[in-house]
Design a protein around this ligand. Structure first.
Ligand SMILES: C[S@@+](CC[C@H](N)C(=O)[O-])C[C@H]1O[C@@H](n2cnc3c(N)ncnc32)[C@H](O)[C@@H]1O
Length: 245
């Protein structure tokens, strides 16, 4: 269902607040323990591990957070390629820029924007990656339409994301903390497949990640999240023309 405008704005405000807090914890002086540094790596997989990145490619990371996947992608595409990390939370982008500077990465840049309205011309990228962000998008068809628009024809999408393995209960769907926590916004694999197809993607592949059980147990020990959600590796290719409905 397409969200009402007010609902979307409230959701974005809450997302910014949630991830600004995570960035602040990770950026704090003395943040060295695993539970503290974990606030800068908030993904649910490793999209660069299955994106099939090649030298010289142009890569966009949607919802880049603290930028770790951007840095990994920059290594894969080498000095002839480039990587753009995009996020709506300024504090996360500050952290990402710091990490890129510390790593000496010169082919990585960061942009503050929303996934649903990408500030790039058509066919600007060869690959679009994302790590645990698509589930957070209030307007998923629009997010995928934008990803398709900025990809060149034949370009590749590689998302790590949380999917629902069964319809989520109403009590979960209405819980904003579970939404910003990457649970309540998850849609079923069939839904992801249909959304990708409608946005003009083909060769869609959605595979439950090997680490899914361990990840969910680490997120909420004993909560049995596995009954409802899973971490998935999602790949697809942009077709030459949008699919006809
Ligand atoms: C769960 S974190 C994942 C961050 C990063 N990909 C990682 O693996 O660590 C989600 C990130 O997506 C960003 N985000 C959420 N919704 C967004 C949107 N609609 N547009 C842009 N960024 C968004 C948040 O600010 C946050 O940094």
């Amino acid at each position: 269902m397409k969200p009402e405008r007010g609902q979307t704005m409230e959701l974005r405000r809450t997302l910014r607040q949630t991830y600004a807090l995570a960035a602040a914890v990770a950026a704090a002086p003395g943040c060295r323990t695993a539970s503290c540094t974990a606030h800068s790596g908030l993904g649910c997989g490793s999209p660069t591990a299955f994106a099939g990145l090649l030298p010289d490619q142009r890569v966009l990371d949607l919802g880049c957070g603290a930028g770790f996947d951007c840095l990994a992608a920059a290594v894969e595409v080498g000095r002839g390629g480039f990587v753009v990390g995009l996020d709506l939370t300024p504090d996360m982008l500050r952290l990402a820029r710091r990490h890129a500077t510390d790593a000496g990465a010169t082919t990585v840049g960061f942009v503050e924007a929303e996934i649903e309205t990408l500030p790039f011309p058509e066919a600007s990228f060869d690959v679009v990656i994302s790590n645990c962000v698509f589930n957070l998008c209030a307007d998923k068809p629009r997010a995928l339409a934008e990803a398709a628009r900025v990809l060149q024809p034949g370009g590749r999408l590689a998302f790590s994301d949380i999917v629902a393995v069964r319809p989520l209960p109403a009590s979960v769907l209405s819980d904003l903390a579970l939404y910003t926590g990457c649970v309540a916004g998850a849609v079923t694999m069939q839904n992801v497949f249909a959304l990708l197809h409608d946005a003009g993607f083909a060769t869609v592949d959605i595979v439950i990640a090997e680490h899914s059980s361990a990840l969910l147990e680490a997120w909420a020990p004993g909560a049995d999240l596995e009954r409802y959600i899973a971490s998935a590796n999602i790949t697809a290719r942009k077709t030459a023309a949008p699919a006809a409905n």
